[in-house]
Design a protein around this ligand. Structure first.
Ligand SMILES: Cc1cc2nc3c(=O)[nH]c(=O)nc-3n(C[C@H](O)[C@H](O)[C@H](O)COP(=O)(O)O)c2cc1C
Length: 414
């Protein structure tokens, strides 16, 4: 029996993707053989590892350049990398892109480029178009470029972002995505600068400048690169909440009004769907592929397809941005009501976790009967913060009930 599939195709800047799942520019798309395996696995598009001109400035990759971030027994919740853009020659990379487009004409190949001068950007854009790339992604965001006039420093300079985007738009007819750095307070002004330069879409986010660990033997941050370390790019599941914030802001900006390629911490179809619900047109992935391999896309395709079929959703366009519309300014939250917690006595296992957390981290609204080993909520004290619900290890043991803060004694607590 064949499994029925929903239509996952998307149009993004006029380019047809058979599904929204793409590789983001990184070692997962380093050369033709890798990219071919990714296409065979089912990815809709690939942002190839960032190209650079061959110049006197040699790209040298530090080693070791990775440190995985483990949190207690949860492994690989994030990844720190000190990698540079491609260290392969431009000719080799262009040959690979041409070969991929010959073999996979229906799949989308995005050429990620980074120049140091306007001439470099022009050359990279022209050459990428010549060998058949479908789109260009301008890397304004590598957090550890070993030069001051490249990477995330450019991505924080509105004038340079506008200028380099305009240079690329003049050199090529391909749709242009400007890839943003999250190492900035507000991404909108930079994205607007890219728009002024002619960008057709925004990609976000690149990695977040971070320190993931310190080796307590040598008192050196990780990864230890021959005795030293650096503040470098962090990615993976732990970075997703930050990525979602930026993507929703980009999508919701009326002034910007450009399509968004979402990146950051996507591992499952649910992660991808979250980004689509926040307005993403496509979703790019690196860290999850580095950990699990290209085949994660099979689950992504099946999971998203089943979700759509179950809900009668015929195209991703129908739901794109649905969650972003529910975001309002925190100063406008409805405070005329609040919730109070309710603990299901039958489900309570008497662990006391809600009691401890409420005592020491909230409003002392939980009473714990040590003999019966049962927790109970004192509604007159409960402010509805829901900490108890989040720390409770039993599914659905703590629920909430809405009360009106205008008419009940709860008004007094505020
Ligand atoms: C090892 C490594 C190398 C990367 N190299 C590049 C690069 O050359 N160009 C680029 O635009 N982004 C690069 N990135 C950033 C990713 O494309 C992506 O924006 C980021 O990792 C967040 O996505 P993720 O959480 O799915 O990994 C790199 C990321 C990693 C982990």
């Amino acid at each position: 029996m064949t499994h029925k599939k929903a239509d996952l195709s998307v149009q993004f800047c006029g380019v047809h993707f058979e599904n929204p799942f793409c590789l983001s520019s990184s070692p997962v798309g380093n050369h033709a053989e890798m990219c071919a395996r990714a296409f065979d696995a089912g990815w809709g598009g690939i942002a190839y590892k960032t190209l650079n001109v061959d110049s006197s400035f040699k790209i040298v990759m530090p080693s070791p350049r990775l440190n995985a971030y483990h949190y207690n027994d949860k492994r690989f919740v994030g990844l720190q990398n000190a990698e540079q853009i491609t260290d392969r020659s431009l000719a080799d990379n262009l040959k690979d892109i041409a070969e991929l487009k010959r073999k996979y004409p229906g799949r989308v190949l995005i050429s990620s480029i980074m120049g140091f001068t306007s001439d470099d950007w022009t050359l990279l854009a022209k050459k990428s178009e010549e060998v058949g790339a479908d789109m260009l992604e301008l890397n304004f965001s590598c957090p550890q470029m070993a030069r001051k006039d490249a990477g995330h420093r450019v991505g924080q300079d509105y004038d340079l972002v506008e200028r380099f985007t305009a240079v690329v738009k003049k050199a090529s007819r391909l749709p242009v995505l400007a890839k943003m750095t999250p190492n900035i307070t507000d991404m909108i002004p930079v994205a607007l600068a890219a728009k002024r330069g002619g960008a057709d879409a925004i990609s976000a986010i690149n990695t977040i400048r971070a320190i993931t660990d310190i080796d307590l033997e040598t008192l050196t941050p990780m990864p230890i690169i021959f005795g030293k370390s650096g503040i470098t790019g962090f990615s993976g599941p732990a970075a997703k909440p930050i990525g979602m914030r930026f993507v929703s802001e980009l999508y919701s900006s009326d002034e910007l009004s450009l399509p968004v390629a979402a990146i950051g911490g996507v591992e499952t179809w649910r992660d991808a769907l979250h980004y689509i619900l926040l307005g993403a047109g496509t979703v790019q992935v690196t860290t999850a592929i580095m950990r699990h391999g290209y085949r994660i896309v099979e689950d992504m395709i099946e999971g998203l397809s089943d979700f759509m079929l179950e809900r009668g959703i015929s195209s991703l366009e129908e739901i794109r941005g649905a969650a972003a519309k529910k975001l309002i300014d925190p100063s406008n939250f409805d405070v005329r009501h609040q919730v109070v917690s309710q603990i299901d006595e039958k489900k309570c296992i008497g662990c006391g976790q809600c009691y401890i957390s409420c005592q020491d981290g909230a409003n002392q609204a939980i009473v714990f009967d040590a003999e019966k080993r049962k927790a109970k909520v004192d509604e007159t004290r409960c402010v509805g913060c829901t900490l108890c619900r989040h720390v409770c290890p039993v599914w659905d043991c703590v629920t909430t009930r809405t009360v009106d803060t205008q008419t009940t004694s709860h008004a007094a607590i505020f």
